[in-house]
Design a protein. Structure first.
Length: 123
C-alpha cells in the first residue's frame, strides 16, 4: 500500500475540502495500490493542505466514468470530456475520509524539491 502526493489546482482542492468533489480524475494511475493521497494545492498556494483516504479506483471509458461519477465529480462535463479527449480509458480515485491540515505543509517536509507534474510516491 502506498501514499502518493498529487498536484491539484486550487479550485478543485476547495471542492474536495468542501465535499462536493469525491473523485479525483487521472489519465494515468499509479502502478502501486494507493491507500492515501496527500493533496498539494498548486499556485498560488503551493502547499500540501490535506490527506485523503482512497476507497478505490474506477476505470472505464470517459463517457461511462462520467455517468458513474458526475454527481460528485466537482467538475463540469465539458472540462471532464476535454481532459479525457482522445482517450479510450479514464480513471478516478474514489475519495474517502479527509484530514485537512491545520497548518499547510511545504513540499520540503516530504523531501520533495519541486511539485510533481502528476504525482510522486511518498511511501
Amino acid at each position: 500500500m502506498s501514499t502518493i502526493l498529487l498536484s491539484i489546482k486550487p479550485e478543485y482542492v476547495r471542492r474536495i475540502l468542501e465535499g462536493s468533489k469525491r473523485f479525483e480524475f487521472r489519465r494515468q494511475m499509479a502502478k502501486r495500490k494507493v491507500e492515501r493521497i496527500l493533496i498539494y494545492s498548486t499556485a498560488p498556494e503551493m502547499k500540501v493542505v490535506a490527506s485523503v483516504e482512497v476507497l478505490g479506483v474506477l476505470k472505464d471509458s470517459p463517457k461511462k466514468l462520467w455517468e458513474i461519477t458526475h454527481t460528485y465529480a466537482g467538475i463540469s462535463r465539458q472540462k471532464f470530456m476535454g481532459y479525457f479527449s482522445n482517450r479510450m480509458v479514464a480513471y478516478a480515485y474514489r475519495l474517502g475520509k479527509l484530514q485537512k491540515f491545520d497548518t499547510p505543509k511545504k513540499l520540503a517536509e516530504y523531501g520533495i524539491t519541486a511539485a510533481p507534474q502528476s504525482f510522486v510516491y511518498i511511501e
